[in-house]
Design a protein around this ligand. Sequence first.
Ligand SMILES: CC(=O)CC(=O)SCCNC(=O)CCNC(=O)[C@H](O)C(C)(C)COP(=O)(O)OP(=O)(O)OC[C@H]1O[C@@H](n2cnc3c(N)ncnc32)[C@H](O)[C@@H]1OP(=O)(O)O
Ligand SMILES: NC(=O)C1=CN([C@@H]2O[C@H](COP(=O)(O)OP(=O)(O)OC[C@H]3O[C@@H](n4cnc5c(N)ncnc54)[C@H](O)[C@@H]3O)[C@@H](O)[C@H]2O)C=CC1
Length: 281
Amino acid sequence: MKKVGVIGAGTMGAGIAQVLAQSGYEVVLRDVKSEFIDKGLGGIAKNFDRNIQKGKMTEDEKAAILQRIEGTVDIQTLASCDIIIEAATENMELKKKIFTELDQVCKGDAILATNTSSLSITEIASATNRPDRVIGMHFFNPVPVMKLIEVIKGLTTSEDTKNQILELCQKVGKTPVEVEEAPGFVVNRILVPMINEAIGILADGVAKAEDIDEAMKLGANHPIGPLALADLIGNDVCLAIMEVLYHEFSDSKYRPHPLLRKMVRGNLLGRKTGRGFYVYS
Ligand SMILES: CC(=O)CC(=O)SCCNC(=O)CCNC(=O)[C@H](O)C(C)(C)COP(=O)(O)OP(=O)(O)OC[C@H]1O[C@@H](n2cnc3c(N)ncnc32)[C@H](O)[C@@H]1OP(=O)(O)O
Ligand SMILES: NC(=O)C1=CN([C@@H]2O[C@H](COP(=O)(O)OP(=O)(O)OC[C@H]3O[C@@H](n4cnc5c(N)ncnc54)[C@H](O)[C@@H]3O)[C@@H](O)[C@H]2O)C=CC1
């Protein structure tokens, strides 16, 4: 069985590492500080404890799965991996730097996938000497729950790379949808402007946050409202996606709302910082 590396132990990287390990893969989870890895692994253990309480998992199973995840701050540890999934901060310059490093460290035939929410796969691939083996593998939050993976080919991605990633999607129990490269792909081009609009409605004083969310739950059958969803995704991630849509399309309809910008400046990022549109204990 293939060994998979995950870059970034945040909201998404931890979830991706969890589903890979649960599906039997050996996983190397890399972040820049060991405290970030500990936080990611702690979150996974908490998810398993919930499953144990519900009688869906045993302590032995939890221990066996956690043992398959090796946390590290050393990028060289990824040299033994066959596929690497990058889930670091949504920033093109950072991702290019990471992909250049990965290209140098990883096996020649290893696939380098990115979980980017909106950025160009072709541009990320251009930072490597293996643009045919770079691809988008876009998971959804929370990763253990959400079934979809958008599989995004860049201009240079090979069919073989795509087929190997489609196979990995099936092996981790997810449903892939193939998407051509475009800003925000499919889901985020629809979902994140909707969140941005909800923030505008809040800023205009049309309704309270709770009522905006209640309206969309009861009136559009969404599982959670758009402001609660912004807090789940992270307001920094939402802003980064809106910026990509706005700049790539040069269309004012994608203008990030100033309140979203203000929230990010105030570190009101949502669940991950304990406060966003709502407060979390
Ligand atoms: C930004 C991007 O690039 C792309 C994106 O990801 S966009 C965001 C996409 N995600 C969404 O739209 C999520 C919308 N929200 C939902 O679907 C639901 O609110 C939810 C699944 C998150 C929670 O569901 P809920 O019914 O309100 O809560 P709850 O009953 O506690 O949870 C349902 C199940 O999910 C699990 N779950 C909830 N949150 C979880 C988490 N963070 N991690 C792992 N499991 C979780 C629960 O353990 C529970 O599992 P069981 O059914 O096995 O008991
Ligand atoms: N939050 C969400 O709902 C979703 C996010 N995404 C995408 O996933 C990626 C990660 O997002 P989140 O997990 O939300 O972010 P996050 O902020 O929770 O975690 C990012 C992690 O990357 C780490 N990191 C930064 N530079 C690194 C490097 N050089 N090497 C290793 N780790 C590094 C950070 O320390 C942090 O722990 C982004 O590209 C984002 O757009 C995709 C789907 C959903």
